[in-house]
Design a protein around this ligand. Structure first.
Ligand code: FES
Ligand code: FE2
Length: 364
């Protein structure tokens, strides 16, 4: 029978959440789009894997595993040539599917194929899917799913703890009062968007007595708008604001060596037409930045020194527990190899079983 203690411990001893060498299969940011111009190639290191990514003359993005199958030169040292990439060392050429199409010293080709990864762009960022075929769309703000957007990438940051731990801050209901001094009670309702995305909506009007809340009450029809949508436990989009103007901020994180987090802040708003629309959006994005800074400011130090250990969850931590459960249910990959965790565990189990079997036979 599962005791209360067991239940609490299941949040402390998780298999994927806060694991320094595991992450969920999904889309992860690589570099801002404007840092990769047409005809250029870049080296990137993502979740323990070395990659070469290039943009061909037509603007199409291609991503390969980094090392040349001839002698291991990093392909990002090479040159984009038409739709393909030529290795600098002995000039072998690979097309955008990774096929070797030219070996100059032989005047022919080898039947070799580089490992390629799905790559795409959204909100001014380049993203890579860490599995074989993308099973989800690129991370998006639910409210803006069907709209063209304007976006600005404001800051790149490193945190001294796991992306999952940084992420829960946005649904840590109690800390809005203690750290950010918000005079309202936040209670979340969870909604599963798809297998990899979970949405938390605030459902409280809250803060009835406070002066601030009485002041802003006319701008809200229902609950105070505060939504957080999580993708792969590492990317979060916040939507907040009065009914007539919602601000959207994406915090896109990825796991770094040693269980740390590296992230990008992206400010997003719906595209508006004409020069006035453009100007209006500059103001909205500037205001969004102020809002984001306000929330980022209060917690900075916590994430440098925290030793996350969820020993004593309370009722106010309910959304955090739901988030952890959601992370635990998704498909996990291993840092560096990008192999499914389960598959490896299965292989190990089979190997052990075979060993035991063969020992048994030897003893017969
Ligand atoms: S190492 Fe790339 S062509 Fe030789
Ligand atoms: Fe916070």
């Amino acid at each position: 029978m599962k005791t209360v203690e067991n239940k609490i411990n299941s949040y402390r001893y998780t298999q994927i959440f806060n694991h320094p060498r595991r992450f969920i299969e999904g889309w992860y940011w690589v570099i801002p789009s404007k840092r990769l111009r047409k005809g250029k190639v870049k080296a990137v290191s993502l979740l323990g894997r070395e990659l070469a990514i290039y943009r061909n003359i037509d603007g199409k993005l291609v991503c390969f595993d980094a090392y040349c199958p001839h002698m291991g030169a990093h392909l990002a040292e090479g040159k984009v040539e038409g739709e393909g990439l030529r290795c600098l060392f002995h000039n072998w050429k690979f097309d955008s599917q990774g096929n070797c199409v030219d070996v100059p010293c032989l005047g022919t080709t080898f039947p070799l194929k580089l490992k390629t990864w799905s790559v795409d762009e959204k909100y001014g960022m380049i993203w890579i899917w860490t599995g074989e075929t993308p099973l989800q769309p690129l991370p998006f703000v639910p409210e803006l799913e069907n709209f063209e957007c304007d976006s600005v990438i404001t800051s790149e940051f490193i945190k001294n703890c796991h992306p999952n731990v940084v992420m829960i801050n946005a649904i840590d209901a109690h800390h809005f009062n203690t750290v950010h001094n918000l005079p309202l009670e936040i209670v979340f309702r969870k909604q599963q968007l798809n297998e990899n995305a979970i949405l938390f909506n605030n459902i409280t009007r809250g803060g009835q007595d406070s002066f601030l809340m009485r002041l802003i009450r006319p701008f809200y029809k229902k609950a105070v708008t505060y939504n957080m949508c999580y993708w792969y436990g590492s990317i979060g989009t916040v939507t907040l604001g009065p009914d007539f103007l919602h601000f959207h901020i994406m915090f896109a994180l990825r796991l770094l060596e040693g269980g740390k987090a590296e992230g990008q802040t992206v400010l997003i708003t719906k595209k508006r037409k004409g020069i006035f629309g453009w100007l209006f959006n500059r103001i909205v994005l500037w205001l969004t930045k102020l809002v984001g800074n306000y929330f980022a400011k209060g917690d900075t130090q916590i994430f440098q020194t925290i030793n996350f250990d969820f020993k004593t969850p309370t009722k106010a931590d309910n959304a955090i527990l739901q988030f952890i459960q959601n992370v635990e249910r998704q498909k996990a990959l291993r840092w560096g190899s990008w192999e499914p965790v389960d598959e490896e565990a299965e292989k190990q189990r089979q190997k052990k079983a075979e060993m035991v079997e063969s020992k048994g036979e030897a003893n017969d």
